[in-house]
Design a protein around this ligand. Structure first.
Ligand code: HMG
Length: 470
């Protein structure tokens, strides 16, 4: 499964039915029959596994798994599994990834690969902070050895504790200090590994300093595990259909970034657009998206106030230059990543990337998602593209069934009137009595749509995302 040799054979992927998509994927990624069978299965996670993963398990909550196409990163071609519930997210990311690919692709780099563990020291007198710092730093080599003895196999794999840092907080209500341990956790996300090291080191630090030990836990603000992805975009590709306004669109995208950097109310939405492309990769590969959300949003405050995660500016040739830098706490081994069958398939589809590579892939699709949304916002507005793809959901929840879902959705898009009310009106006027006869039940009332009664009689036949009545 070598991603290097891939040619882009996934253009128009969304126009295929499920079987043809899987066939294309088989060729693109070299998947075997058992992988295709698992991907075709509608319930790949057995209850026995769910019951091991979480407490009080009663069932499963499924999300659609789709593929973002056109992702060209560091000269490799990927199609990227997205586990996500929202319409237009996958289309948007694929769309912008296509412009970026045509402009040379993403380039990514690892700026740091260490998790941070924190050991809090309390009952220190403010004046003694410097003495305590000296004690810790004088003992750094011994403390690092103790940390590395906790996980000898990690050191054998090339990872391990790398540094110890002392951080005083003399002005806190109760003055305290924190000892940071920086640990390269290799392919693991590393939470358990780091926490064990912190707990192991704590009594040694206590003995050295006489401090009372407080919390011993990793920091999800993983500022030493940083990744950067950049791209450039030919402004011609950003032009609106039939217009020659690419440079203007690119300039407006830069203005939009300035808006996000100046106003946290905008920044949160701007960054939601970035996370549209990050979280679905983390979920699809069984990674802890909550840890990453926490760390990434904290990083968006690194200048002192909450701002944009991405930077968009123009170079001297008028090309749009995009960049994102963020902490990513990602694993490709251990935990759910190893145990969840779909996480394993997602890693297969990605060509079994290293954790560093996976972090850069997720940031690339994050940057692409952000660009697609900004390009829509500064041109036609978000609703045109988003609602076009959301129209089928509205038709379904208005009570349309079978081929009427597509009919109602297309009619709304054609009339540029995509709304729940319009879907309900169309369901009514489409004389859906034929449907109630087909399905042996009344149509849901248009005043109070009853999606449950509609859903009772539907099943996803996997055909281009259409839902057919049984
Ligand atoms: P379009 O120009 O009609 O697309 O865009 P196209 O038909 O020219 O196709 C171009 C490429 O887009 C295709 O290439 C596909 O890669 C992809 P091809 O495969 O043909 O070589 N594509 C699709 N992929 C899968 N399924 C599809 C599909 N259609 C196109 N059905 C599009 C249409 C929706 C992509 C565009 O309008 C768009 O990118 N809009 C942005 C939508 C968006 O951002 N949605 C996220 C939800 S809104 C949100 O949560 C965030 C926000 O609040 C953030 C913020 O405020 O910053 C907006």
């Amino acid at each position: 499964m070598n991603n290097n040799s891939k040619t882009n054979s996934l253009s128009g992927f969304y126009k295929l039915n499920r079987a043809d998509r899987l066939e294309r994927l088989r060729h693109f990624c070299g998947l075997d029959d058992s992988s295709i069978k698992l991907l075709s299965s509608d319930s790949p996670l057995k209850f026995e596994l769910s019951n091991l993963f979480v407490e009080n398990a009663i069932g499963q909550f499924s999300l659609p798994l789709g593929l973002v196409t056109n992702v060209h990163l560091n000269s490799k071609e990927y199609c990227v599994p997205f586990a996500v519930e929202e319409s237009s997210v996958i289309a948007a990311s694929s769309n912008a990834a296509k412009w970026i690919k045509a402009s040379g692709g993403f380039s990514g780099m690892v700026a740091g690969n260490e998790m941070i563990g924190q050991i809090q020291l309390l009952d220190l007198v403010a004046g003694s902070m410097e003495d305590v710092r000296q004690i810790i730093l004088n003992e750094k080599t011994r403390l690092l050895k103790i940390a590395n003895d906790v996980h000898p196999r990690l050191t054998q794999r090339g990872g391990g504790a790398r540094d110890i840092v002392f951080r005083p907080f003399p002005n806190a209500a109760t003055p305290f200090a924190v000892v940071h341990v920086h640990i390269d956790t290799c392919e693991a996300m590393g939470a358990n590994l780091v926490n064990t090291v912190c707990e192991e080191l704590a009594p040694h630090i206590q003995a050295l300093t006489g401090a009372r030990i407080g919390l011993k836990i990793l920091s999800n603000y993983a500022t030493e595990r940083l990744f950067k992805v950049q791209c450039k975009v030919d402004p011609k590709l950003l032009a609106e259909r039939g217009q020659d306004n690419g440079a203007e669109v690119a300039a407006k995208i830069c203005e939009a970034t300035d808006f996000a950097n100046s106003d946290p109310h905008r920044a949160a939405t701007h960054n939601k657009g970035v996370m549209n492309g990050v979280d679905p990769v983390l979920i699809a590969t069984g990674n802890d998206w909550r840890a990453n959300e926490a760390g990434i949003h904290a990083y968006a405050c690194k200048q002192g106030s909450y701002g944009s995660l991405s930077a968009w500016q123009m170079d001297e040739d008028g090309w749009l230059i995009g960049e994102i830098e963020a902490p990513m706490q990602i694993g490709t081994v251990g935990g759910i990543t190893r145990l969840h069958p779909m996480a394993q398939k997602s890693l297969d589809i990605l060509g079994r990337p290293s954790s560093n590579e996976l972090a850069q892939i997720a940031l690339s699709t994050g940057l692409a998602s952000n660009l697609a949304a900004l390009r829509a916002l500064v041109t036609t507005g978000i609703q045109a593209g988003h609602m076009k793809l959301h129209a089928k959901n509205l038709a379904l929840s208005a009570g349309a069934l079978g081929h009427h879902i597509e009919e109602v959705a297309s009619e709304m898009v054609r009339n540029n009137k995509v709304s729940q009310t319009e879907a309900e009106r169309l369901v009514k006027t489409l004389n859906c009595s034929c449907l109630s006869a087909e399905n042996g039940e009344d149509l849901p009332s248009t005043e109070t749509p009853k999606p449950h009664s509609a859903q009772k009689n539907i099943a996803n036949d996997g055909d281009d995302g259409h839902i057919q009545s049984q």
